[in-house]
Write a protein of this length. Structure first.
Length: 319
């Protein structure tokens, strides 16, 4: 009887894992492809490059920088700068006798087709026809799909690589460069109690100065002794384990060292904490130089050496 129960339990477990894998596999592949596309078209930092690529695709003819600027509503200088970056990446090329017109290269078209395929859009030709018939609403809607997906990937990596295992909403907002309110709107579909796919959950932790806060409360001063944080659910952590960055953190010594030193692998958090560390070291060096004037050269050399070593670690961790 016990053997039969164990068999049923194992079967249920295997079936559950298969269902989970069938669900998570396309998400993992999608996140991986999205990161690859973002490395070529920098839509996470700004929508300008993506808008330019979309306009060139929809126009189906070469456009000048002036035309692109009018169509997407950006200054010509910013458009020219973005065009130079896209040209350097091999996604856009100059055409025409004077080289003042721009069009997508075959690589640019292929990358855009990959993006459309990832988002479930029927294809470049179909989008172009719809855009001509209904304005450019369909193309603009792509931005609303792409950016949240990228932000979610950033959040998963930040939480998954966090040494504590959790981060505050303020820290997560810093990771993706958004306000906490806007970030909450992106995370809510994957964090609410009714979420079909729950990747995140809130946890409450005691604050560091809890004893002091309790004393204040005894005097009638109302202070919260717990803070709310966000962590990954089992599904969210399983998704993190399937991302390429997790493999890198397991095998790249510099990446592991970054997590130990700065508590996370999220670029924005690491750079912020790196800047604070450098500032603190510089401040200590100034104080030491004032107190011990004769040791100023040695202190300066030590500061420069520490900065160089930390910079090399960061370079090795993110390349």
């Amino acid at each position: 009887m016990l053997e039969g129960c164990a068999c049923v339990s194992l079967t249920d477990f295997v079936e559950k894992e298969r269902v989970r894998e069938r669900f998570l596999e396309p998400i993992r592949n999608g996140v991986k492809k999205l990161r690859e596309i973002d490395s070529r078209i920098d839509f996470a930092r700004s929508q300008l490059q993506l808008d330019i690529v979309l306009e060139l695709a929809l126009a189906r003819k070469p456009l000048s920088a002036d035309e692109i600027s009018r169509l997407i509503g950006y200054r010509k200088k910013a458009v020219l700068d973005a065009l130079r970056k896209l040209e350097h990446k091999g996604l856009v090329r100059r055409v025409g006798s004077n080289g003042m017109l721009f069009e997508l290269t075959d690589e640019g078209k292929r990358l855009l087709e990959d993006l459309f395929d990832l988002l479930g859009v029927s294809g470049l030709n179909s989008v172009a026809r719809k855009a001509r018939a209904r304005g450019r609403a369909d193309a603009r809607d792509l931005q609303k799909v792409v950016q949240p997906s990228y932000y979610l990937a950033k959040i998963i990596i930040a939480l998954g690589s966090s040494k504590k295992g959790y981060l505050s909403m303020k820290e997560l907002a810093s990771v993706v460069g958004l306000s906490q309110e806007r970030l909450q709107s992106y995370m809510e579909p994957y964090m609410s109690a009714t979420a079909e796919v729950k990747l995140f959950k809130k946890v409450r932790k005691p604050v560091k100065l809890e004893p002091l806060y309790k004393v204040l409360k005894s005097f009638g001063i109302r202070v919260s002794t717990v803070s709310s944080y966000v962590t990954l659910t089992d599904e969210g952590r399983l998704l993190y384990y399937r991302l390429p960055v997790y493999v890198k953190l397991k095998h790249n010594f510099a990446a592991k060292l970054v997590v130990k030193l700065f508590g996370s692998y999220a670029e924005r958090l690491v750079l912020k904490r790196f800047s604070m560390l450098v500032f603190t070291l510089a401040l200590l060096a100034v104080v030491a130089a004032i107190v011990l004037p004769g040791s100023s050269p040695a202190i300066l050399f030590g500061l420069v050496l520490a900065y160089a070593v930390l910079s090399l670690i960061l370079l090795a961790a993110y390349t």
